[in-house]
Write a protein that binds this ligand. Sequence first.
Ligand SMILES: [Mg+2]
Length: 323
Amino acid sequence: MAALSEFSLIERYFKQLTPQREDVLLGIGDDCALLQCPADHVIAVSIDTLVEGIHFFTGVDPESLGHKSLAVGLSDLAAMGATPAWFTLALTLPKLDEDWLHGFSQGLANLAKQYDIQLVGGDTTKGPLAISIQVHGFVEANKAIQRSGAQLGDMIYVSGCLGDAGAALRLQSNQWNDEILNEQDRVYLQQRLEQPNPRVQLGQELVGLACAAIDISDGLLADLGHITEKNGMGARLDLTKLPLSSALSKINQQLAQVFALESGDDYELCFIVPSQHFAEVEQRFKGQVTRIGMITDDDGIYYIDDNDNLIELKGIGYDHFIN
Ligand SMILES: [Mg+2]
């Protein structure tokens, strides 16, 4: 970082880009930021690191990367029902590339404005490209939606569509292709991978309705598995209910279901609703969420096949369908 000091880099590219909030008593430029949490609320905190070559392809559009780096944290806040407020950024850069920094900061700032989250501190280092963002939000005391809280007979819902990001990842890495996808489908899938929309508003609206929730970063089965294990429960899914985009509805149905079950990076919410709130959830979020199954006392996550057999959803990989 010979040309720009750490201070001036954050100052120059990031400081003015994000919203200026009244609860930031002291922002970038001192040893610490000073932040005011509303009375009777608690702070929800989460950090994620994205490393080049592991979490994103080398050469990915910097604006998309800026968006995604913040989106993954916002998605964690969404899963708790928290309201985004502040974030910090640690950036490791191999070199000072002004064009890259400009694009990255724009992508970051556009999403920050959308969710009124302010950058309140940062650090830059020289090294292989990596981005760490810690997000802070707040939620009324004792109201945060946690992974624990699911009970026998509760219903399992997901937001949006599943499997798009996983399909895009496999298209981009040449692990899979399907001629049936047109250019529009491919652009859509790539956007779902590179610029996910965190379900922040939905998460906040689910406070008091959902008894447990998680964001789908590692795939539905893995993430729902965190909920069932935490609660000592199991689940039964109706695979025909898994919500698929119009792009994934075109491909082999079983493969689309595997993408929806096993691939990560969708950043949709998976949430659990107790019986007294089914009707309200169905009505308020019609078209936004889909009921895909039920919490059971099974040991694991299962589905019922066409011949009424109970089959555990475990270890069906893409390999079975690809090639
Ligand atoms: Mg998460």
